[in-house]
Design a protein around this ligand. Structure first.
Ligand SMILES: *[C@@H]1O[C@H](CO)[C@@H](O)[C@H](O)[C@H]1NC(C)=O
Ligand SMILES: *[C@@H]1O[C@H](CO)[C@@H](O)[C@H](O)[C@H]1NC(C)=O
Ligand SMILES: *[C@@H]1O[C@H](CO)[C@@H](O)[C@H](O)[C@H]1NC(C)=O
Length: 428
């Protein structure tokens, strides 16, 4: 039998069919097979017949798969790459393989895998990526694998799974994901529920366990108790409010980002000023307002002081601090953002805010308070709020509105459901 096969390969070779020198190529059961296993190869050799359907490169020394690595063999149905030293698979390395049904990348050193490669493998039925060093799978990695039946991701370094990762795999019947160092927090709790209800078989569930937090180390995911989890909610408020406040030039503007969420979200501030965007990981100062070690490198006294309690204080608020202030809260379940748009103006004059909308201040009864005509109230916590600070001294470079604006509703305001609040100052 073996001799027969050798003979048939000899015949094929005799016909002058191409085959890379270290490999053997032949036909078996109607498949065109190229066998390059155990050849000490350090790269995919060139020179395959274009009709190869099965290619084995198992047990070599391949360090990576570059773009277009299999361009010569677009008809491949099976590709065996197990037991190499592959660390990196470039974008476009597998993209030409629209007929591929089986792909084995197991027992490599993969940590850097261009998941976009999978988007073109819509015929894939078997995907083995077990025994690698994968830490993370993007949520949409498997979006095109509608024919996939078996997926092996066990013995990697996956610490979390994005909710919905397996949803596109409508043909999946076998998922192996044991022996990964999962962090058992709110981000992964969905998997327990999914695993309990899915028809997909998930073997070795006792080895699908938590590695952290320490109290849960070794606990199988399917025995996790419900955790209190909620996605972030943010609401941005500010001081001083417009209620009768008398502001002087150089006042401290205080924004406060009220954050809810479990686990407690990480807070970031993004500030777009005329000079560019400033990104701050909160906090950057301690409770006394002194710069924290991480922020010290940038400056001993941060211009924007972000406190751990969610407050952002800007001293000597002036023209250079005008802009859009956003607080972003992120935890394992998602993120939320709230913004406020802060502009300066002069009493009795109008101007443009950061979004180019015109406004006009006028004197109200009594205390010389300024307010905009037809003030709109914010309709919900998500609404951006525009604060206008009226400064008698800071008016020089403030755009001046024409008289005709008086009494008109700024057109964008109602549509956007935003509120225009006017603060005023007294100068001494
Ligand atoms: C592949 O091409 C060779 C000639 O290059 C031919 O002899 C062989 O039959 C083909 N195999 C398949 C499976 O089509
Ligand atoms: C489960 O994991 C442990 C620890 O890694 C290992 O010793 C054991 O063989 C695994 N069981 C199976 C069935 O893989
Ligand atoms: C947050 O802390 C700062 C500094 O201690 C304080 O000035 C500010 O008022 C606090 N914010 C709130 C909302 O309590």
């Amino acid at each position: 039998m073996q001799e027969l096969c050798l003979l048939c390969w000899a015949v094929l070779l005799g016909l002058g069919q191409a085959c890379p020198e270290p490999c053997s190529c032949g036909e078996k059961y109607g498949f065109q097979i190229a066998d390059c296993a155990y050849r000490d190869l350090e790269a995919v050799p060139p020179g395959f017949p274009a009709n190869v359907t099965t290619l084995s490169l198992s047990a070599n020394w391949l360090p990576s798969l570059p773009e277009g690595a299999f361009r010569e063999v677009p008809l491949l149905q099976s590709l065996w790459l197990a037991h190499n030293k592959i660390r990196m698979v470039a974008a476009g390395a597998l993209a030409s393989l629209g007929h591929l049904k089986s792909l084995d990348l197991s027992h490599n050193l993969l940590s850097d895998f261009a998941w976009s490669n999978l988007h073109s493998l819509s015929a894939l039925q078997l995907l083995k990526m077990d025994s690698n060093e994968l830490t993370f799978i993007p949520r949409d990695a498997f979006r095109s694998l509608h024919a996939l039946r078996s997926l092996q991701l066990n013995h990697n370094r996956l610490y979390t799974l994005a909710e919905g990762t397996f949803t596109p795999l409508t043909a999946l019947s076998h998922l192996q994901i044991n022996n990964n160092p999962f962090e058992c927090n709110c981000g992964i709790i969905w998997f327990k529920t999914w695993a309990l209800t899915t028809a997909v078989s998930i073997p070795e569930q006792d080895n699908v366990t938590c590695t952290s937090p320490p109290v849960l180390k070794g606990t199988p995911l399917n025995r996790l108790l419900p955790l209190p989890c909620s996605a972030p909610l943010v609401q941005l408020t500010y001081q001083p409010s417009q209620d009768g406040a008398e502001l002087r030039p150089g006042f401290v503007l205080a924004l406060h980002c009220d954050v809810e969420g479990q686990p407690p979200p990480q807070l970031h501030w993004h500030i777009q000023t005329p000079e560019g965007t400033v990104k701050i990981t909160s906090p950057n100062v301690d409770a006394d307002g002194h710069a924290l070690p991480a922020a010290l490198a940038a400056s001993s006294q941060p211009r924007f002081r972000a406190f751990a309690n969610g407050s952002l204080l800007i001293s000597n608020f002036g023209k250079l601090e005008e802009g859009t202030y956003s607080c972003l809260a992120t935890n394992e379940l998602g993120s939320a953002e709230s913004s406020v748009n802060v502009a300066l103006a002069t009493p009795g004059e109008g101007g443009d805010d950061m979004l180019g909308r015109r406004f006009h201040g006028k004197a109200a009864e009594g205390k010389g308070c300024y307010t905009v005509d037809n003030e709109v109230q914010p309709s919900g916590p998500e609404d951006n709020v525009v604060i206008i600070y009226l400064s008698r001294t800071g008016g020089l470079d403030t755009a001046v509105a024409g008289e005709g604006v008086s009494g008109q509703q700024p057109p964008g305001l109602l549509l956007l459901g935003q509120s225009l609040l006017l603060l005023f100052s007294t100068s001494f």
